[in-house]
Design a protein around this ligand. Structure first.
Ligand code: ADP
Ligand code: 5GP
Length: 187
């Protein structure tokens, strides 16, 4: 255990921009970085496992966690509720680990209010057309959900200036390299 408190990194960006992909790379590459697994009411996608990508919980459970004040932040995003458990983050930071949250803009701004030292990174696509194509190619959302996510993308992108870093995910390797520089810069 270290005496030093870890740093809190937050990645946001529109659905399909590559946050999850960059997160996986970061977790493999960067030492002493842990991911806080969020709670969500959305249904698991094919291949997703409870406790790995998310803690998949019912609306009732989510409501209970809100009442018990267990969330550091939570928000309604696209078609479900998503939230970060306070205790997970605090424990890891106190143990000297750097923590990565991959959460939406509403959640990131809630965390920033409580923890102004949090480092906010916003991932942008090279264009909205590329974003749409990535979402379509991922084959995880039906046409209605796709529409919702693309409409929200415009709203989310409008808030990117609230973030300390804006990272363009065009070439994946370059974006991963940029992300590495941000982490190094903040250590
Ligand atoms: P998010 O987590 O932001 O919703 P994902 O990480 O799931 O996005 O990425 C959406 C899709 O785009 C995935 O199929 C992923 O493999 C692909 N992708 C991610 N980054 C790039 C990139 N730089 N170039 C091309 N495709 C990418
Ligand atoms: P997805 O359904 O594609 O996994 O995630 C949808 C959106 O929810 C993404 O923008 C993702 O960053 C966001 N999200 C995931 N977990 C959390 C969380 O704990 N809190 C908030 N506010 N947003 C989250």
């Amino acid at each position: 255990m270290s005496n030093k408190t870890g740093k809190l990194f937050i990645i946001s960006g529109p659905s399909g921009v590559g946050k999850g992909t960059l997160r996986e790379i970061a977790l493999k590459k960067f030492q002493n970085l842990v991911y806080s697994i969020s709670c969500t009411t959305r249904k698991p996608r094919e291949g997703e496992q409870d406790g790995v990508q998310y803690r998949f919980i019912s609306h009732e459970k989510f409501e209970e966690y809100i009442q018990k004040n267990l969330f550091l932040e939570y928000a309604h995003v696209h078609s479900g509720f998503y939230g970060t458990l306070k205790q997970d983050v605090i424990n890891a930071l106190n143990a000297g680990q750097n923590v990565l949250l991959e959460i939406d803009v509403q959640g990131a701004l809630q965390v920033l209010e409580k923890m102004p030292e949090a480092i906010l990174i916003f991932v942008v696509p090279p264009s909205l057309e590329v974003l749409e194509q990535r979402l379509i190619n991922r084959h995880t959302e039906g046409p209605e959900e796709l529409k919702i996510r693309l409409a929200n993308a415009r709203k989310e992108l409008a808030l990117k200036d609230q973030y300390k870093y804006v990272l363009v995910n065009d070439d994946l390797e370059k974006a991963a390299e940029e992300l590495k520089k941000i982490f190094e810069n903040e250590q």
